[in-house]
Design a protein around this ligand. Sequence first.
Ligand SMILES: [Zn+2]
Length: 130
Amino acid sequence: MIMNQEEFNNIRQNLELEKTRIEKALQGVSHADERDHVPGEHEPTFPDYGDDNATELEDNSPNEVADFARNVSVTGDLEHELERIKKALRRLPEGDYGRCVRCKKEIPLARLKVYPAALYCLQCAQHEGE
Ligand SMILES: [Zn+2]
């Protein structure tokens, strides 16, 4: 990857910011899974809106169930994205960053600036449905 120090620093900064943003978002929809102590594993949070009028049978209100389903889906998406960012951050100092993992061509810098966690070039992204 041919980029100057400033571009390198900008991309790393973008990745770090994105990582922080996603970790914060994950805290909103999930909690660290303490049962199996797997780092990076997030258990979607089941919301409890504490409706005092609900009977025991109705304790899990439709809203809670719907929001839990949303949390499960959002948690999955965020974890997926977080993994990509961590991968990009690992590849950055190795000089492997910015190279399409599918066709090994360099990903245009313009694309990396918009989407620093990109693993594929534009052509391959279409193939992989990125
Ligand atoms: Zn490619």
